[in-house]
Write a protein that binds this ligand. Sequence first.
Ligand code: SF4
Ligand code: SF4
Length: 203
Amino acid sequence: MNDEAPMTTAGDAIDEPLERIYADYYQRAAPFLAGAVCRPGCARCCIEVGDVDATTLEGLRIRNFLQSLPRPQRLEIAKALARNRRFKQQPGHVRCPFLQKNDTCRIYPVRPFSCRQVYSLTACAEGGPTVHRQAAALAREAVAALQRLDANGYSGHLSYILELLDDDALRAFYRAGGFDPGRIMRFARPRRLSINRLAVSMD
Ligand code: SF4
Ligand code: SF4
């Protein structure tokens, strides 16, 4: 893979603790998800969305995945991300930079939880997905667990989180367990990034 071994819990790999939270959500939400009409290639939710949110830890995992791709693909994705960041500064919907021409997700194995929790009981139309209130509550619990897992990190729109992680010095500081929100305030405020340990109870 690459050299971006994460630091979260005593040097554990990133994948395992994230997958544990995702799996717990899937298990608890299974009775609700059973009625979903979602299928590959159905992608309205990847186009008509305000934000595709991720924590920094999820962003680091996605970054690692992107770095394993061939250079031409990496360059193409970098352009799509830059375009997405430009469009995000204007009102309206923005197509996800990871949505491919055939309406499948380029980062599907490592997509963030905000994408994993999306489902609908009816084909999505103007009003967006139809979901159970209980599943939405379970999703909020999973987001809180992800933020607790990433207590030194941040949350927000994925293309901004990836931009943050592109800063070599900041990434090294974060990976070493450093926490100093003042360092990113100027970047984070206009992009509405949250500080995980302030967004959720750490108990
Ligand atoms: S949430 Fe809606 S648009 Fe997205 S896959 Fe499911 S039915 Fe399709
Ligand atoms: S990351 Fe993948 S699943 Fe999530 S919005 Fe983008 S294309 Fe859709």
